[in-house]
Design a protein around this ligand. Structure first.
Ligand code: 1PR
Length: 548
């Protein structure tokens, strides 16, 4: 099999990239020391997370000069995400750390006044100057495809500036900002998006690079997709062991996952790997696994979930999130504490792109407020965010309504609700729960998200116990209140029963993504059908592509 070299210099989920390359029929060989760089015939520089952290590791390991020399030799080079950023002169993310300076310019943070940061989701990479006029695709990039981005810093696009130096630039638009999504010249190709997580559209780009196909004619009839982010639809799989000991996808009503009648068995709605694959093929933009009984187990021993992740990541080329049991854990055999970062690292190595933290985030937020909002640097959120970047850390919240007659009855953040409580109460606040709703904290959802955003969480997965499994639509009041409290993206979850519920949440709240579970698992709707309805209503969605 032909071989491509991958440079391994920093933490990050490289498993997915290896899976994508292997799927395309290529072998990966690792470069683990600077003296090996020159022997590569094709080199990929991956990278996720923090520019300063990655580039410092890169420089300290002695890679700067060998990689510059490799690029100057004219052999094919591809940079991905921070691997693209490394080619620029620097980044305001860490002004004291220089980039390689192959491309002129600095990376800047997206402005967050009008939009969520990080920029997470499927966006374009349009080489508008060439693709439309010439009908030519650069490295397989197509103007009607969407690619998966996850980053807070980007290279702003100044029309014509880099083109003057011979670069071909593909751009994307986020809010009012146009930035560089991909860039190529001579032997160099680099993408800000993650091609290995961008389904068939992304695999096509990697394939074109591996096969050295810099340009190709666009398929007849190719038209440009609408600018900007598409509406992100996530399929979520709650996973646990059933009474026979098999790992199954289940779904509860307000978190009760057992049948109401008969033997009250844990509902079995299918096998996790199969279901995930099915949702990928239906066009899900992301897949999330929640190990819902992990509070009972030792996660380091929880090998079946790691295996589920490994198998899914080998065939499912969209972002994967895993939640459940991400916390500091005492190993029962040795009595030693295994930090949350170690648990998360196991998941990242198995193919996860993000980890989702539930119960532990509530405890950390309580301590944060008790200490007068001091950050310790020791929480799971902080340590994982530091090592893997904020975009890799999701906090999953399980709030429950507490009704009050008047906001003065509580110190918590209240909302005026259009669905009053059992005694006609017109206000409610949302109490955070732990262990899948089994414990309730004296902490409201607004407090929690404020605290975890300060700790470095990159995205909120916003469930709602009152709505879970009801098929009655999302809790729009909760979503609006949380969106107005944070700058990071928020995923709406709980209550989706049909496509109109997705249209409603995107229409009536500024939410960044929406998640469904039961309606997909029971086969009432496919992800594709939901996207068709959204498309008919004029909302931009990514279409599933098969053709690599
Ligand atoms: O606390 O860090 O170990 O994480 C445990 C994770 O498991 C948390 O993210 C928590 O939300 C989740 N969890 C725990 N118990 C349950 C349960 O259902 N008994 N599931 C549970 C929460 C939320 C969504 C669900 C949506 C949409 N499930 O995944 O699928 O509510 O459902 P719907 O579209 O059918 O309404 P930790």
């Amino acid at each position: 099999m032909p071989t491509v070299h991958l440079l391994d210099y920093a933490a990050g989920n490289i498993r997915s990239l290896v899976n994508a390359i292997e799927k395309l029929g290529w072998d990966v060989e690792w470069i683990t020391s600077p003296d090996q760089v020159a022997k590569a015939e094709k080199l990929i520089l991956p990278g996720v997370g923090h520019f300063g952290h990655c580039l410092t590791q890169f420089a300290n390991a002695g890679y700067v000069e060998p990689v510059k020399a490799y690029i100057e030799s004219g052999k094919p080079f591809m940079g991905i995400c921070v691997g693209l950023q490394a080619l620029f002169e620097g980044s305001t993310e860490n002004a004291s750390v220089p980039g390689l300076g192959v491309i002129k310019g600095q990376l800047r943070r997206f402005k967050d006044e009008d939009k969520s940061v990080p920029h997470i989701g499927w966006n374009s990479a349009n080489t508008s100057s060439t693709t439309e006029s010439d009908g030519v695709s650069i490295y397989g990039l197509r103007p009607d495809s969407k690619y998966y981005y996850v980053h807070s810093y980007a290279a702003p696009y100044n029309p014509g500036e880099l083109e003057k130096e011979g670069w071909t630039v593909a751009t994307a638009r986020y809010g009012s900002e146009e930035f560089i999504g991909a860039i190529a010249r001579d032997n160099i190709m680099a993408t800000q998006f993650h091609p290995e997580k961008s389904g068939a559209a992304g695999l096509r780009v990697i394939k074109a690079f591996l096969e050295g196909r810099k340009t190709a004619p666009l398929p007849a009839g190719t038209t440009k997709a609408a600018d900007g982010l598409t509406r992100r639809i996530i399929a979520c799989l709650d996973v646990r062991s059933n009474d026979q000991g098999d790992l199954v996808v289940t779904k509860g009503d307000q978190y009760d996952v057992r049948d109401k009648a008969g033997d009250k068995n844990v509902r079995n709605l299918g096998k996790p790997v199969q279901k995930a694959q099915q949702y990928y093929e239906q066009g899900a933009d992301e897949v999330t696994f929640l190990n819902i009984t992990s509070f009972r187990d030792t996660p380091l021993k929880d090998l079946p979930m790691l295996e589920v992740l490994r198998q899914t990541a080998a065939t499912t080329f969209v972002p994967l999130t895993i939640g459940g049991g991400i916390r500091d854990t005492v190993d029962p055999e040795t009595g030693t504490t295994r930090p949350a970062l170690e648990v998360a690292s196991l998941y990242f190595k198995s193919g996860a792109d993000k980890v989702s933290i539930g119960s532990d985030a509530v405890t950390a937020a309580e301590e944060y407020f008790a200490s007068g909002r001091k950050l310790t640097g020791k929480t799971a959120i902080e340590t994982i965010s530091e090592a893997y970047g904020a975009q890799a850390v999701v906090v999953s919240i399980d709030p429950k309504r507490v009704y009050v007659k008047d906001p003065s009855e509580t110190t918590h953040h209240t909302v005026k609700t259009s669905t009053p409580g059992p005694n006609g109460e017109e206000y409610c606040w949302y109490a955070c729960t732990l262990q899948g709703g089994r414990k309730t904290a004296d902490l409201d959802a607004v407090q929690l998200v404020t605290a975890v955003e300060a700790m470095g969480c990159g995205e909120i997965l916003l469930n709602c116990i009152d709505k879970d499994g009801t098929n009655s639509g999302f809790d729009l009041e909760l979503i609006r209140s949380i969106k107005s409290a944070v700058r990071i993206p928020v995923i709406a979850s709980s209550g989706a029963g049909n496509a109109d519920h997705f249209a409603e949440v995107f229409d009536q709240t500024p939410v960044d993504a929406a998640l469904g579970a039961g309606m997909f698992h029971r086969g009432e709707w496919t992800v594709r059908q939901v996207k068709e309805v959204l498309g008919d209503k004029g909302l931009s969605v990514r279409k599933f592509e098969e053709d690599i």
